[in-house]
Every structure is written in C-alpha cells, then in structure tokens.
Design a protein around this ligand. Structure first.
Ligand code: ATP
Ligand code: MG
Ligand code: MG
Ligand code: MG
Length: 432
C-alpha cells in the first residue's frame, strides 16, 4: 500500500488515499468524531461519520488515545477553515502502535518537564514549526552561497589548537595527544579560502559556556563563510544580503509555521530591507553612557542589555563596528589608522535577540600575526600551518560566523534558544 502525506494533498484531492499518522487529539459527539492527526509533514483533521463508516469503525475512532499510530484511509477534501486547506474524510483505520498514558497532554507543562521529555516534545505543532523554520534557514543558506559562487568546505571537528581562548574548550584524548572539540572552523576556512576563493561551512561547534543565558547553547551549529580578496566593508554587504535572504526565504516558504508561532510577519518584512545601519563601537559606548548606562566604559565588551539598547536604535539588525583589539581574538586585522581597534563587526538582531553574527577582516601580515600569537600565549608550533597562509600569496580576506540557533530563535520569535535545536545541550543538561 502506498502511503502519502498531506504535503501531497492537492494532487490527491477527492481521491481515497492512505496516510501513516499519529493521533494528537480527538473529540467526538454521538455521530461524528474529529481526529487531530499528524503525519510528520503536517497537522490535519480527520472526520469520522458514524453513518458512513458504521458502528465498529466509529467505536475504534472514539477509543483512540493520544499518540497512537495508525494507517488511516480516507478521501481528501478541501477545508477552508484550516491553515493547511485540506482535511480527510476517514473511511478506514488500522492501528499500528498503541500509546498509553502519553506524558505530554494538552495541559500546560513546566520547562523542566518538557526538557526531560524533549524526545516526545518534538512532536508538538510548535516544535514542528520551529524545526521547519530551522530547516528552511539551512536550505536557504546552501542556496544563497551556491548562487553567490561559494563552495561548501567542511572544517574538522576534532582539532589540535584553540582559536578563542581556553576557558570554553572541551578537551578530549586523541590517542596519546590532547585534542579539542571545535569552537569555530574559521582558521581552517581561511586555508580553504586561499585554495578556493569563496567558501562556507555549516557544522557543529562546542563551547563550555559556564553561564546560563537564553542565548547560549553548549553545542550549536554555525555557518562560517570566508572570502579571499575581500575587505571588511564588502563582507558586511555579504552579511546583510545573506540575512535578508534568509528572512525572505522563511517568509516565502514557512507562512503557516510563522502563523503557528504567532510571529509578526510585518516585522520580518522590515528585516528584508537593506542596508542595515552601522554604528561604531566608540559611538555605541558614548550613546550608552549618554543614556544612563554607567556600567560600561571604552574597552569593555557589551552585555545583553547594552546590545539590546543599541539594537533598539534601529528597526532592523544593526552592525557595531571596530571593537577594541584587547577584547577580540588574535587573528583580527588591526585598523590601519587606529591600532587600538580591529576591523570587525557584530551584527545585533532587533527585539533583544542579541549578537547573531561575529565577523572580521583577518590579519594577513606574517610578522604581526606571529606577534599576536605570542601575545595571546598560543603555541607557534600549533599555528605554524596557519602562519604559512601568510607566507605563500597572502591576500586580504574576511569572513564571519552566524549562529544557526540564534537565527532560528530570532526569526521564530521564541523566548529561549533551547527550542531552536532538536536536542539542546545546556549547562547541567545532556539528557535526552
Ligand atoms: P556571545 O557574545 O553572544 O557570547 P560570541 O561573540 O562568543 O557570542 P562568536 O565567537 O562571535 O560568538 O561566534 C559567532 C556566532 O555564533 C555568534 O554571533 C552567535 O550567533 C553564535 N554563538 C556564539 N556562541 C554561541 C552559543 N553558545 N550558543 C549559540 N550560538 C552561539
Ligand atoms: Mg561568547
Ligand atoms: Mg560576542
Ligand atoms: Mg562574536
């Protein structure tokens, strides 16, 4: 028997078909039962009419429990009241797997309870909508970078050196050697850019973030484009074009999921308008100080209240440019006229979602880069391959990293990053 999903409803309108599905809810009166069903692709309604199907089948329908799996036969018909636009007039039910006492009921549950049942929580329409948006952002990323002439290169996940300082690193054994889980593929992407020009990666990264925030995961996925013969100002143009493309793709292809999440689509449309504003780090500090933030001085990194205040200066994402050299990683290029700052930018999302992109132009001068490596207490031996990139045809290059789950959280308009990844790893949580 061929099973279809409600994705294909339009093609099978008026025909009798079979669908593999789970029961999410049901209600019934004496003569009619409404089954809320999920086939993986969609949530939809099945209608069982006692007079049409007979007493026996009607009783089966009435006795179905939440999350029972079935093969349901029926005729696809239009249903203008539902978001999907189609429903199923049920003609047959075959139970595949029973489900007793499903723990997640339509009642309210606490976060810890839901997190403990993440393997089941994923079945909810809200989680379905978020994962569809996540999938769309990944799909549109591949599309965008391929259209722009990038190729995907996969940096290693096990590494022998640590780009972003050592406190957030996960250590592991590599036979007899010490190794780390990747915090960023960037240094390898620079090597790839010297080989292939324009490259991007999409892969998992790991950071032992010791603080609990609604923006930090321990394991998260990052898009990291790197571009040869490119200065920072041109990189900003790629970044805003990319982000606007992602927002537009979600608007185009995830309409019903945005509705499920009650996301304000007018706001999202605003985010497709380019360019995004730019503000220097200096001006950002001055603006904060002028507005009563006395907990920040030139040289400090911004916390989330600061980022939110700056982002509120614009209706759209905003770039903060040229941070102090002392608070940024060793590989960022010094500003040619101001050695105390580097050529970098963070893109801050509106609505309090914080930093979604960090990017910079990279130091290309061999001498200056080796001094930086020393200053940061890193091993010259570990970075000898990286220094080679500055020895053989070094060119200006820039790149950036966009955190997938930050993007998903912002576009979905959800509260906490933990819902933007199927199985979140958080401080104190690695189950399930
Ligand atoms: P933050 O200041 O928020 O801690 P960061 O400056 O440490 O972020 P980068 O090293 O610049 O982050 O990484 C690039 C991008 O990866 C960030 O802009 C963000 O979108 C994402 N990111 C960084 N850390 C995390 C995390 N712990 N969980 C989820 N996404 C993250
Ligand atoms: Mg951080
Ligand atoms: Mg940051
Ligand atoms: Mg950053």
């Amino acid at each position: 028997m061929k099973l279809i999903t409600m994705d294909q409803a339009k093609e099978y309108l008026g025909q009798e078909i079979s669908i593999g599905a789970w029961v999410t809810n049901k209600r019934s009166s004496g003569k009619i039962a409404f089954l809320q069903l999920r086939d993986g692709a969609h949530f939809f309604q099945g209608i069982v009419m006692k007079n049409d199907v007979g007493e026996e089948l009607f009783d089966v329908a009435k006795s179905l429990t939440q999350e029972t799996s079935l093969i349901v036969k029926g005729i696809i018909q239009e249903d203008t009241r539902s978001k999907l636009g189609y429903e199923l007039l049920v003609t047959g039910i075959e139970v595949v797997g029973e489900s007793q006492d499903y723990p997640i009921t339509p009642k309210e549950h606490g976060t810890d309870f839901l997190m403990d049942h993440r393997h089941l929580w994923l079945r909810s329409s809200r989680q379905h909508a978020i994962m569809k948006i996540r999938n769309e952002i990944i799909r549109a990323t591949y599309e965008f970078f391929n259209q722009e002439g990038f190729i995907k290169v996969d940096p290693p996940i096990l590494t022998g050196s640590a780009p972003e300082g050592t406190t957030e690193l996960f250590h592991t054994k590599y036979f007899d050697e010490e190794a780390y889980l990747s915090q960023s593929g960037q240094l390898y992407m620079e090597a790839a850019a010297m080989a292939f020009g324009k490259v991007f990666s999409f892969g998992p990264t790991f950071r032992a973030e010791k603080s609990k925030t609604r923006r930090h995961l321990i394991e998260f996925w990052m898009m990291e484009p790197e571009m040869a013969f490119m200065h920072q100002d041109q990189s900003l143009e790629v970044q805003e074009k990319y982000v606007a493309y992602l927002v537009q793709s979600v608007l185009d292809n995830c309409d019903i999921y945005l509705d499920t999440l009650e996301r304000d689509k007018e706001l999202l449309k605003e985010y497709t308008q380019l360019p995004y504003e730019r503000i220097s780090y200096d001006d950002a500090v001055a603006l904060l100080n002028a507005n009563g933030f006395d907990d920040i001085a030139w040289g400090d990194d911004f916390g989330s209240p600061h980022e939110t205040f700056i982002a509120n200066q614009s209706q759209r994402p905003i770039f903060i440019l040229n941070y102090p050299k002392a608070i940024k990683p060793f590989y960022m290029k010094e500003h040619p006229d101001r050695p105390e700052v580097v050529l970098c930018a963070d893109m801050i999302a509106p609505e309090g979602y914080g930093e979604i992109i960090g990017g910079s132009e990279r130091e290309v001068d061999y001498q200056r880069l080796s001094e930086q490596i020393e200053k940061f207490g890193l091993s010259k031996e570990d970075y000898s391959w990286y220094l080679d990139l500055r020895k053989y045809g070094s060119v200006p290059h820039s790149g950036f990293g966009l955190g997938l789950e930050r993007m998903v959280t912002w576009i979905s308009g959800t509260e906490h990053i933990r819902e933007s990844i199927p199985f979140p790893r958080l401080l104190n949580r690695i189950y399930p």
